[in-house]
Design a protein around this ligand. Structure first.
Ligand code: ADP
Length: 205
């Protein structure tokens, strides 16, 4: 179980406001997180990953305290073993597709399987600038999966994919998620974009 009960002061265009989130995410399940742009969805994912610290509250994962403002506990991101798909992909400009995955794991069978699922197996020697937006986004998804994460955080992960590609990828990803028994949080400002994904829905307003 991932339990978060946090507060964070955010700087919006019209001044400061406090984002308060109290949620439990079921282990091994998919949760779709929707809400308007600027609501704090990305900030929530980054706080769970340990990339941004809440001002107050706690984050617990399967009984382990990742963050507790009261006792100054703040587990670094690398100890949380999270897969993160960034909205802007955050790819490494000088690495090829295959190197992106080899950087994360030395399990070559798993790498080959991911490359096939993402439709990138014919492009393994290409670097990000040689790829289309959709290919870059798929690489960002595959890289996040390379470490076989128990918790996968995805920020607008399908925004650059066409409908056919997205549907095929979502079907294949759901098989992988079940195999990994991963808890998956998927953020989108557009709920329709997450059609075809079964799971809970949480709205951040
Ligand atoms: P969403 O993902 O729902 O579109 P974001 O989480 O990106 O929303 O941003 C919500 C608001 O929080 C924005 O107004 C942004 O300026 C502000 N914000 C983002 N990061 C921080 C931060 N580290 N500290 C304070 N405010 C932030």
């Amino acid at each position: 179980m991932i339990t978060i009960d946090i507060e964070k002061k955010l700087r919006a265009y019209n001044g400061l406001y406090v984002l308060r989130i109290k949620k439990e995410f079921i282990p091994g399940g998919i949760t779709r997180i929707t809400g308007p742009s600027g609501a704090g969805k990305s900030t929530m994912l980054k706080m769970i990953a340990g990339l941004i610290s809440p001002d107050n509250g706690t984050i617990k994962a399967n009984g382990v305290i990742w963050f507790d403002a009261a006792t100054n506990i703040n587990l670094p991101p690398q100890q949380r073993q999270i897969g993160f798909v960034f909205q802007d992909y955050a790819l490494f400009p000088n690495m090829t597709i295959r190197q992106h995955l080899e950087y994360a794991t030395d399990d070559h069978i798993w790498i080959d399987r991911l490359l096939k699922i993402g439709g990138l197996d014919a492009f393994i020697h290409q670097k990000p600038h040689q790829l289309s937006g959709g290919q870059q986004q798929r690489l960002a998804i595959l890289r996040a999966l390379a470490i076989k994460p128990k918790l996968l955080l995805m920020d607008e992960p399908f925004s650059a994919l066409d409908i056919t590609m997205k549907a095929a990828l979502i079907t294949a990803l759901q098989v992988l998620f079940a195999e990994l028994e991963a808890t998956v949080l998927i953020v989108s400002h557009n709920p329709q974009e997450l059609d075809g994904i079964s799971g809970d829905e949480v709205e951040i307003a």
